[in-house]
Design a protein around this ligand. Structure first.
Ligand code: GLA
Length: 385
């Protein structure tokens, strides 16, 4: 614990030793985009970049938090203010989690306040769920320290609620679920309706493959704009089609849906319905060690997001185009879209050359310089020894 930046910040700002250290990772999504809030399927993995919190309980009702990325100055409040939902700025992530524990049944009048210091190496704004990492690190820590006893699905729901209500982003549950259910070298196959989880072994490293992330540096905000708009379109379409959620529309139902919906809404529905099918096919392909088939599904998913759901941007398309031209097994944008990152699956020996080729294509086209790095599937949220 001595070398940890979160523990160091805790000692510096709050004095004394924390009661413990917890971590929660960010995520990439392999396939299954915008399907989570449609009650569908997703296949993300927790990455080897995480948020770490050092937390110590207090004897009063005060709550103080400090972060290495916001200059370290503590933000201070009380459990009572949080219970009334009075918080804003980056502190809304941890405070929102406290509030969501309350909503989920923890008696905030009966628990102790705490000091929390957070550090993170999940890049912010890259679409790798840096916010979910903070939420879930806070959630696992408080679950332990307050002895709440919530299981991982309940913790994911608390994290999502914090994001939706405290931050105001109408997101689904994928990011928080990936962060708590992740396992080393496996993807998290999640049914977003039942929250049933199956870890699907990936074996990319053993097979000599790498998963390259390219952060386009194009900024996106899910609290506003396109993300919210797509979500509303999906909910409207489900109503028009008389189903609980688009999860309940089958690929065979699409011709009928086309008769009933306007062309734009139909394209949105088509993406969700075919994307759910691609997740199921991807799980089957990965279990059969058929990475080539999985790679084609990644490319098909990207095309669907570009043409039907219309959430890609030229920078993301460029990454996928260059990856395909250089023979990557598969590539697609990952996350909510309108910016953020794309991923490519390829032989590890080719990863640096692809990163260079993408950077060259970006320079040619006058785009901002991207950042490329590899990620591996890592263990989900928990307490550090
Ligand atoms: C963001 C949201 C997720 C999910 C993805 C799109 O990452 O936080 O809930 O909707 O976009 O798949």
């Amino acid at each position: 614990m001595t070398e940890d930046a979160a523990a160091g910040l805790f000692r510096e700002r709050f004095g004394g030793e924390p009661d413990g250290l917890w971590r929660a990772p960010g995520r990439v999504n392999l396939i299954g985009e915008h399907t989570d809030y449609n009650d569908g399927y997703v296949l993300p993995f927790a990455i080897d970049r995480a948020s770490r919190v050092a937390v110590g309980l207090r004897d009063d009702r005060r709550v103080r938090i400090a972060s290495t990325f916001e200059g370290g100055d503590p933000v201070e409040t009380t459990l009572d203010e949080i219970a009334e939902r009075r918080f804003s700025g980056w502190s809304a992530y941890p405070f929102g989690v406290v509030w969501a524990f309350g909503e989920a049944g923890t008696d905030l009048a009966a628990v102790r306040g705490f000091d929390l210091a957070v550090d993170s190496d999940v890049p912010v704004g890259a679409g790798l769920s840096s916010s979910a990492a903070i939420e879930m690190a806070t959630a696992v820590a408080l679950n332990d320290l307050w002895a709440v006893g919530a299981d991982r699905a309940a913790l994911a729901r608390i994290g999502r609620r914090a994001e939706n209500v405290a931050v105001g982003a109408p997101t689904g549950i994928m990011d928080q679920a990936a962060s708590v259910f992740g396992e080393t070298d496996a993807a998290v196959f999640l049914d977003c309706r039942s929250l049933a989880v199956e870890q699907v072994p990936l074996g990319f490293t053993a097979a000599g493959l790498a998963l390259l992330v390219v952060d386009t540096k194009v900024e996106h905000a899910h609290a506003t704009g396109g993300y919210r708009d797509r979500r509303e379109a999906c909910e409207r379409a489900a109503k028009e089609l008389g189903v609980r959620a688009l999860r309940d529309v089958a690929v065979e139902d699409l011709p009928g849906a086309e008769q009933r919906l306007d062309p734009v809404t139909f394209r949105r529905v088509k993406h969700i319905v075919t994307e759910d099918a691609r997740v199921l096919e991807s799980v089957a392909a990965l279990k059969a060690h058929d990475t080539a088939a999985f790679g084609e599904l990644m490319y098909a998913s990207h095309a669907s997001m570009r043409d039907d759901f219309e959430i890609s941007v030229p920078e993301l398309d460029t990454v996928v185009e260059v990856a395909r031209a250089r023979g990557a097994i598969g590539a697609r944008m990952t996350g909510g879209g309108f910016g953020g990152s794309a991923i490519a699956l390829l032989p590890a020996d080719d990863a640096d050359a692809l990163a260079d080729a993408v950077a060259a294509a970006f320079a040619d086209r006058g785009y901002r310089e991207p950042a490329a790095f590899r990620v591996t599937p890592a263990q989900g949220a928990g307490r550090l020894p």
